[in-house]
Design a binder for this molecule. Structure first.
Ligand code: 1CP
Length: 319
């Protein structure tokens, strides 16, 4: 349900006069927007409404989320002095998160709430590039050219991410997802040497919390075994690799999440059904499968398609 809200008229209504980052800091808005897809589609879990840049904003990084663009950072981080601007997050920095999670857990009445944070490479990319990037060239330039600065950046981002996930777990989130969405831009070797150790440290630090840990990236076909090595209980897969193949690439005992192509939802229902059935069939090869899209809901998706898809998956899995 990543960015599911964008496709819903009721989301656009409540967001009409409220900028994205303000909505992410107001418990009343967070609760309402988180509940909208649950009410409308009857999905099995809710994903906490926020964005991966919210903890960065909370520690004082000057950034905004622009409509139609995404996160934009006022002063991109490109050297040691920039990295030093990243301080640890304290629960008091994000009191609105604890409050909203607590209220949601009550309202969800047993339905799980998935908390989340951005993965270290993805956060680094927004901070270094200053906004969305196709090639991540400045990010790679820093990674290759200034390895010590890169390592310190990764250490600080991992600490922030871990702190932010702990706040959500302490407030009652029943699972957490690490979105390292753009990790697929890296070669396996670069990922293993420059990112994996930091994601692994985050998952290891959460191992005793008894909440399932999900690890997601886009275009990660070649990285699935490394993503899984980082230690999550569940690995998210986009639509490029069928789940039966993905199951062979992850560590034994790892469940999969995914992986219907979000663009499928623009095709006639018969085509959606056929592909959703194939995802369910292939998912049986995995040691546990959470049905989901392979990436976020596209903004122009017909919400009725999502409702119908959810109904279909419920019927099939009950059968
Ligand atoms: O369904 C939900 O609303 C869940 C909440 C959620 C999540 C899990 C939002 C709200 N953002 C995210 C995570 C997020 N944000 C990721 C990781 C997941 C993914 O890969 O999609 C990433 C990469 C971002 C960064 C981001 N924020 C983008 C992508 C820009 C790019 O680089 O291409 C965008 C467009 C946003 C804005 C945003 N975040 C969320 C919403 C609902 C929106 C749209 C804001 C609006 O209404 O204008």
């Amino acid at each position: 349900m990543r960015q599911a809200g964008r496709s819903l008229p009721e989301y656009r209504r409540v967001r009409a006069d409220v900028p994205m980052l303000e909505a992410c800091a107001r418990p009343d808005m967070i609760v309402e927007i988180t509940m909208q897809p649950v009410r409308r589609h009857d999905v099995d879990a809710a994903i906490y409404f926020s964005d991966i840049v919210v903890p960065l904003k909370a520690i004082g990084i000057d950034l905004d989320i622009r409509t139609g663009v995404g996160p934009v950072v006022a002063e991109p981080i490109r050297d040691d002095s920039g990295v030093k601007r990243l301080r640890d997050i304290e629960p008091d920095d994000v009191g609105f998160v604890s409050e909203a999670v607590g209220r949601l857990v009550e309202e969800l009445d047993g339905r799980p709430l998935i908390g989340f944070a951005g993965g270290p490479f993805t956060l680094a990319s927004y901070l270094i590039e200053g906004g969305p990037s196709k090639n991540h060239e400045r990010t790679k330039a820093l990674m290759y050219g200034e390895p010590e600065t890169w390592a310190e950046l990764m250490r600080r981002l991992s600490a922030i991410t871990l702190g932010f996930l702990k706040v959500q777990i302490d407030a009652g989130a029943s699972a957490v997802q690490l979105f390292d969405s753009w990790a697929g831009a890296l070669s396996a070797e670069d990922y293993r040497d420059n990112v994996l150790p930091y994601s692994a440290s985050i998952f290891a630090a959460l191992a005793d919390r008894e909440v399932p840990r999900i690890h997601f990236g886009v275009g990660t076909g070649e990285l699935l075994s490394l993503l899984s090595e980082a230690g999550a209980d569940v690995v998210g897969v986009d639509w490029r690799v069928p789940l039966d193949k993905a199951a062979q690439r992850v560590q034994p005992g790892t469940a999969l999440q995914g992986n219907l192509d979000p663009a499928t939802l623009f095709a006639p229902w018969e085509a959606v059904e056929e592909r959703a059935r194939s995802v369910l069939d292939r998912g049986r090869a995995a040691e546990g499968h959470i049905f989901n899209l392979g990436h976020g809901v596209l903004p122009n998706t017909d919400p009725d398609m999502l409702t119908r898809l959810t109904e279909f998956v419920h019927e099939e899995t009950r059968r």
